[in-house]
Ligand binder design. Structure first.
Ligand SMILES: [Zn+2]
Ligand SMILES: [Zn+2]
Length: 264
């Protein structure tokens, strides 16, 4: 493929990737907001993680910052298309080439790579020298709404988008497998910012709760501005001793076992 063709595809991919990821964001965050904050708000009142109100103003800037992040994701998408059409990546297009077992395994491996990537970049962005420039925008939400899923500074949006080139440069992955990973990541991201604890009461005391994170886990990160740095799984925080020491208490409060408000 000639250079001009590759550049044309890459330029077309910029708005294409922005729109595609924007549709996923609007669909998943919109569904969570409609279902949890409007339709079932009353019946789920005892599952609200925080008593702090979510104002229209807060949701507006969370949404606008997310739109800016989507523009960054478009730019990174354009670069990825240029890299793929130039033959620089390990992305493949015929599923039969590596078979269905690898197709599904590649999704699982990508989730694990992203989990590690997120934990370490997130911890780094909490370093006092980096926090204000990189990560402060995301922490403007002390009681985030589902619209905060992509509410990042421009720099952080580039860091968050970095997982995509990292994966396609290092792992043989089919575009459909990559899309399934993207659907998982936006769904879990929105869950972490949804404002409600939807998991059962026994969850954090069970083996699944030792592995999988909850909405309370990430909400507590926004409340305290420290601890609970991990994304999907809890083992990085457990291994590195960065789980909030009151995580289980906060979860118990969120699911209505204790009604002591205000502890952090
Ligand atoms: Zn943070
Ligand atoms: Zn967050």
């Amino acid at each position: 493929m000639s250079l001009s063709q590759r550049l044309t595809y890459a330029l077309l991919a910029i708005p294409g990737a922005t729109i595609e990821r924007g549709i996923w964001y609007l669909t998943v965050a919109g569904f969570a907001w409609l279902a949890l904050h409007l339709v079932f708000a009353k019946s789920l009142a005892n599952r609200r993680i925080s008593d702090k109100p979510m104002t229209f103003g807060q949701m507006s800037w969370e949404f606008l910052y997310s739109l800016r992040s989507l523009a960054v994701y478009g730019l990174v998408g354009g670069f990825m298309v240029f890299a793929v059409t130039s033959g620089w990546t390990r992305m493949y297009f015929r599923i039969e080439r590596l078979g269905w077992p690898w197709f599904f395994l590649s999704i699982g491996i990508t989730v694990l790579i992203h989990d590690a990537y997120f934990y370490w970049t997130h911890r780094l962005m909490h370093h006092p020298r980096l926090f204000r420039v990189m990560h402060h925008t995301h922490h403007l939400s002390t009681n985030p709404s589902p619209w905060a899923a992509y509410s990042f500074s421009t720099w952080e949006a580039f860091v968050q988008a970095g997982i995509a080139p990292l994966v396609i440069f290092s792992l043989p992955i089919h575009p459909l497998a990559f899309s399934m990973f993207m659907l998982w990541q936006i769904s879990f991201n929105v869950l972490g910012h949804c404002g409600y604890e939807l998991f059962p009461r026994w969850f954090v005391r069970s083996w699944c709760g030792r592995i999988l994170n909850t909405a309370t886990h990430h909400a507590q990160h926004h409340e305290s501005n420290r601890a609970n740095f991990s994304l999907y799984f809890n083992y990085w925080d457990r291994l590195l001793g960065t789980n909030h020491q009151r995580y289980e208490e906060r979860f118990a409060e969120a699911v209505g076992e204790e009604r002591i408000r205000g502890f952090r």
